[in-house]
Design a protein around this ligand. Structure first.
Ligand SMILES: C[S@@+](CC[C@H](N)C(=O)[O-])C[C@H]1O[C@@H](n2cnc3c(N)ncnc32)[C@H](O)[C@@H]1O
Length: 291
């Protein structure tokens, strides 16, 4: 593939475009990264400059799949099963006993609603699905649903298929791997697929977190929002708006999990910090939005 250089001016054009469409705020030092991420779009269209690709893009209707390909190129999708494992331990050891105690007074099957805002290729929602399955065993019938969303359609398709190479599933303890995944054979040997007991718990959807309104009912109340290693790519005003919108779809007493290098310092004081990037929306907060 021919190597073309992304000039500082071209970088600036793309940087503004990426910020506007995805919210990702790119520092000056990210010129090489953008150059290498977009190289394949130039090759695909047989273009010989980044300016030519920029012109092509901004003259393309927003509904065209070129925009999807562009966005899929610029996102960073690093993820793992059991990434930041203490979050899953917290769900099993603190959240589940708490909701189980509350469920004793509830009518019908008690519900758990979770949103993974920025789920990448699905390792995070599948890890939580295993955690919930295991923790709810022997605790009666539960109505558990997870919404897993991302802006990137390529990783979402991977997540929805639930198929992973064996090296990707290495963090899953062997007994849980055998219990919740099927081993591929023939052309699929060396891979596993999540069983339907996990897949049926999760709905995958493309959602751009910047878009408003989000495509779910105004009455939606999640018990848990995972938004881990996503806001790190956003600037402060974008983080502020996003976290404020999370408070409106999180049940009072619900939990927000952020990534290891993210915090709510200077972003929101609506949450109580429980340490290790676990935040709780106090019960009283509902009143703020009740009018
Ligand atoms: C580094 S991954 C984190 C995956 C997972 N939450 C974890 O911690 O392992 C960040 C994800 O956020 C997604 N993302 C970035 N900007 C987004 C936006 N504006 N709306 C929705 N998703 C976005 C990316 O596509 C990427 O898959």
């Amino acid at each position: 593939m021919e190597e073309y250089l992304l000039t500082p001016n071209e970088f600036d054009l793309f940087r503004k475009l990426i910020y506007k469409k995805v919210g990702i705020s790119l520092a000056d030092g990210k010129r090489n990264l953008v150059q290498s991420r977009l190289r394949k779009r130039l090759a695909h269209h047989q273009l010989s400059s980044y300016q030519a690709y920029y012109d092509l893009l901004i003259n393309t209707p927003e509904t065209d799949c070129e925009w999807t390909d562009f966005i899929n190129c610029v996102t960073t999708n690093k993820t793992d099963f059991y990434r930041e494992a203490h979050h899953f331990k917290f769900v099993a050891e603190q959240f589940i006993p708490e909701v189980t105690a509350r469920a004793k007074t509830a009518m019908g099957s008690p519900r758990i609603r979770v949103w993974h805002a920025g789920c990448s290729s699905g390792e995070e929602p599948y890890t939580l699905a295993i955690t919930l399955q295991e923790a709810l065993q022997g605790r009666g019938t539960w109505d558990v649903k997870q919404l897993a969303s991302d802006i990137d359609t390529q990783v979402l398709a991977h997540a929805e298929a639930g198929v992973y190479d064996l090296d990707r599933v290495a963090p899953i303890p062997q007994p849980l791997l055998s219990k919740y995944f099927l081993r591929g054979t023939g052309p699929n040997s060396g891979r596993v697929r999540a069983k339907s007991i996990l897949r049926d718990q999760i709905a995958f959807r493309q959602i751009n977190l910047l878009n408003s309104p989000w495509p779910f009912s105004a009455k939606t109340q999640f018990d848990i929002i995972f938004c881990r290693n996503v806001v790190i790519y956003f600037d402060k005003p974008t983080q502020l708006r996003l976290v404020d919108r999370f408070t409106q779809v999180l049940r009072p007493g619900g939990y927000l999990f952020l990534g290891h290098s993210e915090s709510l310092l200077g972003i929101s004081d609506a949450f109580e910090s429980l340490g290790r990037t676990i935040f709780r929306l106090p019960e009283g907060v509902a009143m703020k939005f009740a009018a």
